[in-house]
Design a protein around this ligand. Structure first.
Ligand code: UDP
Ligand code: MG
Length: 319
């Protein structure tokens, strides 16, 4: 049976690692003895990343490039790759070799057994800060608690999906994209391949804290409206407590002679309630912002150039 694999590699300023990544992917994919395409999605790199990919293309017909017009973000870069992937199975992998390309072979085995989604499960993370490890662990568990979609814990976007899953993925047109959640939402027969997440081969992380926080919020707000419900429950609980306290105050006033000396407590209660109100306004704002993004309905990304594809039309994110 002859099949074709598509490998999607989002890259953002990865000139220090990309040659090594290409070589390792080449070795791995040649072992499959099947046809394949390596789709590099250049997410607005400002270094020589795109030029290096052009060098690969000059020598290797399996390499393709989608050059985005600016930095759109990792999740959108993956989506751009997905739009143009024509394989029977599609693999998403980071460019920095934290996801070992060799694991792709195990994923392919599972796919041949009939699984339609094979995700990489990190059993260990090497060379990442204690802070990142612990926040990642906590976050994935919180996310699981909050959503009704079963997003497996400790998995990233490193995964293989069948082309059937890709077709469903293409119909999910939301703008704030949380790729792993969308794939989980699609369902299908899923399994895991365990792997040790390596250190970055070279260069530095392209996910500074600010991007991580946005990413974490996207995960929760895309797949859960529990934060909104939290406002109702907190509001109800606090109202109940306030009512009890109100009774206490009235009874005190009517039946005792305690003079009220309440400045500190009034301020404290005030600050507390204002804090809660602002927090929930923020949460509501977060959801409204997402509705706003959807309403504008701009294309998800803009392509400067596509190289190596049969159809090189520059259709932009058709979302
Ligand atoms: N990336 C991207 N656009 C961005 C940020 C990152 O395409 O705006 C790519 C990056 O080149 C890498 C992958 O996404 O291939 C994961 O990024 P990184 O390794 O920096 O994240 P980390 O592993 O530190 O979470
Ligand atoms: Mg990385």
């Amino acid at each position: 049976m002859s099949v074709k694999y598509s490998i999607i590699i989002p890259v953002y300023n990865e000139s220090e690692v990309i040659r090594e990544t290409y070589n390792r992917l080449l070795t791995v994919m040649n072992q499959t003895k099947q046809s394949y395409e390596l789709i590099f999605v250049n997410d607005g790199s400002t270094d020589t990343t795109a030029a290096i990919i052009r060098e690969f293309i000059a020598k290797d017909k399996n390499v393709k490039l989608i050059d985005l017009s600016r930095n759109f973000g990792h999740q959108i870069a993956i989506s751009a790759g997905m739009d143009s992937a024509s394989g029977d199975a599609i693999v998403i992998i980071d460019a920095d070799l934290q996801d070992p390309p060799e694991v792709i072979l195990q994923m392919i085995e599972k796919w041949k057994e009939g699984y339609e989604v094979v995700y990489g499960k990190r059993i260990k993370r090497k060379g990442e800060s204690f802070f990142k490890n612990i926040t990642a662990k906590l976050y994935y568990r919180l996310l699981k608690q909050m959503t009704s979609v079963d997003i497996p814990v400790d998995t990233g976007d490193f995964r293989l999906i069948d082309k059937k899953v890709r077709e469903v993925f293409l119909t999910l047109t939301e703008k704030n994209r949380y790729v792993r959640g969308l794939i989980s939402w699609a369902g299908f027969k899923q399994t895991a391949v365990e792997y040790v997440r390596d250190e970055r081969f070279a260069g530095t992380t392209k996910y500074p804290l600010k991007k991580m926080i946005k990413f974490a919020l996207d995960g929760i707000t895309s797949f859960s409206n529990k934060p909104l419900k939290l406002a109702i429950y907190t509001g109800m609980a606090l109202s109940a407590l306030s009512f009890i306290y109100l009774l206490v105050v009235v009874i005190q006033k009517l039946f005792t002679y305690t003079t009220i000396i309440g400045w500190a407590s009034i301020i404290a209660v005030n600050l507390f309630f204002n804090g809660i109100i602002l927090m929930f306004l923020g949460i509501i704002g977060e959801y409204i912002g997402r509705i706003y993004e959807e309403a504008k309905n701009r294309p998800l990304y803009v392509i400067r150039e596509k190289i190596g594809f049969d159809n090189e039309g520059d259709e932009n994110g058709k979302y």
